[in-house]
Ligand binder design. Structure first.
Ligand SMILES: [Fe+2]
Length: 226
């Protein structure tokens, strides 16, 4: 029976089977590294299968669509599944040549590429992390090129900050499994050139979040970080 706090925005057997695997695995593991290492194989099977993610969630929204995502640069973030604020699965569609803001996730995650190619730039925050808004120093840890079937882990507090740029001439589509309701939680966007951090809420293209920031703190990232 479906848990009342589960929300499926895509009704698909393969997705349901994957969610069941995640929950069973999470029941067995307290530690994030062990959980992620056991989820790698089922996650890889999910992102390599081409029969479950419909066209709608592989594409940018139609022009007249009210895109609620705040990732900037016409980026779409489609919510596919979430549970109790503890788990979400979404697809991120980034047009060719467009780059996300540098951002963190504040949650464990697995991110895998289902279509196109991306360049991921991973950062480490090197200041004392005293501010959610204002001064922040970052250094680049690694730059990685990813193609279809490639995936990587997100483990906070290190290994949690990155930006993603599409390097293919078609939009890149990446699947995000995260241990949080990632579109709705307040988290951070960074401007490494200006040594600045801001709170932001990325939102979802297809689902509205409650405003977790308040008007004053709510800065639209695409106005400031591109
Ligand atoms: Fe991300």
């Amino acid at each position: 029976m479906e848990n009342a706090q589960e929300e499926y925005y895509l009704d698909d057997d393969r997705l349901r089977e994957f969610v069941t695997t995640v929950e069973r695995t999470a029941d067995r593991h307290e530690g994030i590294p062990a959980l992620l290492s056991e989820l790698r194989e089922p996650f890889e099977r999910l992102i390599e299968a081409d029969d479950w993610l419909p066209e709608r969630y592989r594409n940018l929204p139609p022009e007249d669509y009210d895109n609620r995502s705040d990732m900037g640069g016409e980026i779409a973030q489609w919510l596919l599944y979430r549970r109790e604020g503890k788990l979400s699965i979404s697809s991120l569609v980034v047009p060719p040549g467009v780059e996300t803001p540098v951002h963190d996730h504040l949650a464990w995650g697995l991110v895998g590429l289902a279509q196109g190619t991306q360049r991921e730039t991973f950062y480490r925050r090197t200041d004392a992390r005293e501010h959610d808004e204002g001064h922040a120093e970052l250094e680049v840890v690694e730059v990685q090129d990813a193609g279809p079937g490639d995936f990587y882990e997100l483990i906070p507090p290190e290994g949690d900050i990155h930006s993603v740029e599409t390097t293919s001439d078609v939009p890149s589509v990446s699947i995000h499994l995260l241990g949080a309701d990632i579109g709705c939680i307040p988290r951070h966007a960074f401007d490494p050139d200006a040594d600045l951090v801001r709170l932001f809420q990325s939102g979802y293209t297809n689902v509205e979040c409650e405003d977790a920031l308040g008007d004053e703190a709510h800065v639209h990232t695409h106005d400031t970080l591109h």
